[in-house]
Write a protein of this length. Sequence first.
Lengths: 408, 74
Amino acid sequence: MPNLVLKDYEANFELSYAALLKEITLVEVFFPYLKFSSLPQFYTNLLVGLASGNEVVLLDPDFSDSEIEKLLGSIDSLQQEKAVEVKSDSMEQLLSNIEANGGSLSLFTSGTTGLPKKVTHSVGNFIRGVRRSDSHSNNVWGLAYNPTHMAGLQVFFQALFNLNTMVNIYGKTREEIFNAIENSAVTHLSATPTFFRMLLPADTSFSSLSRITFGGEQSDKILHDKIRVLFPKALLNNIYASTEAGAILTARDDEFEIKKELIGKVEIRDNEIVVHKSLIGNSPDLKLVDEWYHTNDIVEITSTNPLRFKIVSRGNELINVGGYKVNPNEVEECIQMMDGIKYCRVFGKPNSVMGNIICAEFVPQNGTEITVSDIKKHLSIELQDFKIPRIIKSVDQMQLTRTGKLKR
Amino acid sequence: MNEKLIAIFNIVREGAGLDAITVINDEMDLRKDIEFDSFNLAELTVHLEEEFGIDIFENGIVSTVGEIKEKLSI
């Protein structure tokens, strides 16, 4: 068994399973509303909460105070503490406590209305997707996703339940990522196509990688071919997941199948992916039709037996920027609240680096002199960084659709 | 031509809260030396396309200032 749960070369720390277990059993309080500040603190608090059967609410590090007030009602919630005691003699015992004690995890995801919506998952929802066997015991994971988001949590649980080591490469430079892969002999990497694109050109290669998973946005064959040069021994596959339902499909290249154990709970109806409520996290904002959640994700069936399909579009309004989902309504509301803005519209524009880039246009009110820089400053206080439009323009009038809505 | 590129780099750098740069050379790495992350590179493509009508990242990632000039044929 590898003794490390986590390693970060640049932050110069490593956390062993023994130290993690000791910390968890010594802790006397846990914070139900957890704003990420460091990986060890985050994972320790998360596991303490889950092992004691509590709900842990996860908040991104770049949520502003005003966003947190809108989401939680008060910034003081972050100070809340709860007395706990976790008794576990071994990691194995801790993991079975986590499975048995019915804790849950809540995260915020871009909703269909302005504010992000809270989605709560039982810990079982996460563990359901974990593949556990002796053959996984020597895996070394690169943590390339935001650790507080769905995909980052899936990597964490996959690594944790096999007692694997995770190397933090999230938000690092290409050179740092390559050093980490080389020095820790990373075997598994799950990340967005944008992440992999940033590793190019493929002017070197790493033979330790045995599995590469693309997720979060559409990927393409050109990128796959280049990534095969970079990681010549790796098997490539795609994963389909969402914050509402987790990972429900898996595939090679761009064809998907419904996971065997989920047949009957995930279906294709009128070319749309629908998911049974038993697989969906709890959220008052999610609308179900006869116990089924309609994803708005549209597929093209390529084979009926076995059922295989390609994903044609992620049919909601959210704009996918390198795997981050941005709700244009939320950004518009934020711009609209500024003095001097008459109208604004926020839209995605196809982009060769990140899939899409967020753009905004605004009509200033007569007689006011509001600048692009004023808007960017305002948004940087109100919104997470990935939601801020990179291209903002002042225009004389807005384009409207035939029904009179703002055209995206 | 460097002046035009510097001006465009500085629009992106300002948005990212970085200081303006005054000098560039062909060997400079966009990520390491110009300090652009993926969001900044995405923004850079839009400005360059508006100015020159060419998407420099269309056929894969561009790493250095010199490679941008090659793509733009300037």
